[in-house]
Design a protein. Sequence first.
Length: 256
Amino acid sequence: MNLAIATHQLSRSFGDFVAVNGIDLRVERGTFYGFLGPNGAGKSTTIKMLTGLLAPSRGSIRVLDKDMLNPEEALQAKRRIGVVPEDLALFDNLTAREYLTFIGRMYLLPRDTIRGRIDELLSLLSLEGEEKKLTLEYSHGMKKKLALAAALLPNPDLLFLDEPFEGVDAVTSRIIRDLLKGYVARGSTVFLTSHVLEIVEKLCSHVGIIVKGNLVEQAPLETFRQGGSLEDRFLKAAGADAAAAPKLAWLEENAP
């Protein structure tokens, strides 16, 4: 199996709190992998470890066949990945073009390549008319698109997306979805976290579910759909009873 991501007993603790508990991820190259879990399940912590932003407490990580715990190999892997973090981490006092130029230089891309790719990305993501504004003036959706442009700029083999559709309008969501479909169609890999199960079902070929730091299931999407919906499977894995709708006593008393 040709894997883009492989972990063994990957764990991360913060004091006595275990955020990620010995997970064994297997993400094949050329797949769109949806990483699902309730709030606080360990999704963002996992992405930070996979991308080298956070050291694990124990376990191993291989990304694009490079050992992420080996500094030299980790640097080689980072040159081939793109990341849209949950907090975006943009530079507020740069314009979109300045920010993307900075990213391109960080990846050691030739200036002509940077300029050409920026023009294409700004046009495709409908940001060309806003490129002279400082990013602090951008709406949340525009910031999401700029972060995605930065992640795609180096033409990575692997793309990490942490809640890329959160707070994004329908038009922007459609643009991002179509762009990602084309990206995977060329043979690249996407590792996505999202709370929107409808988007996961439309985009992903494989799914993993993490609950309270434990990877409870991972399989092709079609396997999750057998015998029910992805939502039902997710709720069951998360320990939620889909049949038992929550009620407020004071609302029940005032019901007509």
